[in-house]
Structures are given as structure tokens and as C-alpha cells.
Write a protein that binds this ligand. Sequence first.
Ligand SMILES: [Ca+2]
Ligand SMILES: [Ca+2]
Ligand SMILES: [Ca+2]
Length: 129
Amino acid sequence: MKKLAIALLLASVTSLAACDGGTNAALKALDPDNDGTIDLAEAQAGGEKIFAKINPDNDGTLDEKELSGRLDAAGLKAADPDNDGTLDVKEYAAVIEKKFKAANPDNDGTIDKKELESPAGQDLLKLIY
Ligand SMILES: [Ca+2]
Ligand SMILES: [Ca+2]
Ligand SMILES: [Ca+2]
């Protein structure tokens, strides 16, 4: 029993460490001015890269399949005011801005590491990294 508890503990510590490493790597990649935080311009720059990356057919829009794992169907619907079932670059930038605001409760214009690790921050991260 004790062994199992230790194994479980180790497993959770390992996954925590992996998660933390992921956030650190993301922060580093998204923070070219290296001030330890992500501002909206940096978030949008990351978003542009992801948009290009997950749009291999290069038709200028992202459909539900291309967005899978980043934005669920409800998220797509909310981010799709013209209701054509896809996100163009403008709609994608708008949803990033919305999620950026949600992940920045102290409203200081930047996402710090702690904010990035919050559920809202992870939600934003899926769209920009
Ligand atoms: Ca920065
Ligand atoms: Ca649309
Ligand atoms: Ca902040």
C-alpha cells in the first residue's frame, strides 16, 4: 500500500514537473523581449505562427478539425460571429484577445508565469503555442 502511494506521488510529481517545464518553455518561446511576461502583441505573434501552422491547406480559415485540441466546438461557435463554421485570421486574433483578457485578472497588460499557469492561461496558451 505504501509503495503504491509513493508510486502515485512520484507519478504526480513527474507530471507536475513536465507541466511546469511546458509552461516555462512556452513562456520562453513567446517572450522575445525576455521580460518574463507575455503582452498582447507577443500573444498575437504566437497566434499568427499557430494559425499558419495548423492551416496546412492555407485557405485562410481554420475549421473545427484544424482547431481540434485548441478550441472546442463551443469555443469555435463563440469565436465565430459570421457563423461560417471557421475562423479567419481576424476572428482568431479576436479570440486570442478575449482569452488574453480572461487570463490577465490583474489587468496589467501582461501575462506572467503564474497567470499563464492558471486554467485561463492554459486556455490561451493552446491558441498561441
Ligand atoms: Ca514579453
Ligand atoms: Ca468565421
Ligand atoms: Ca497580468
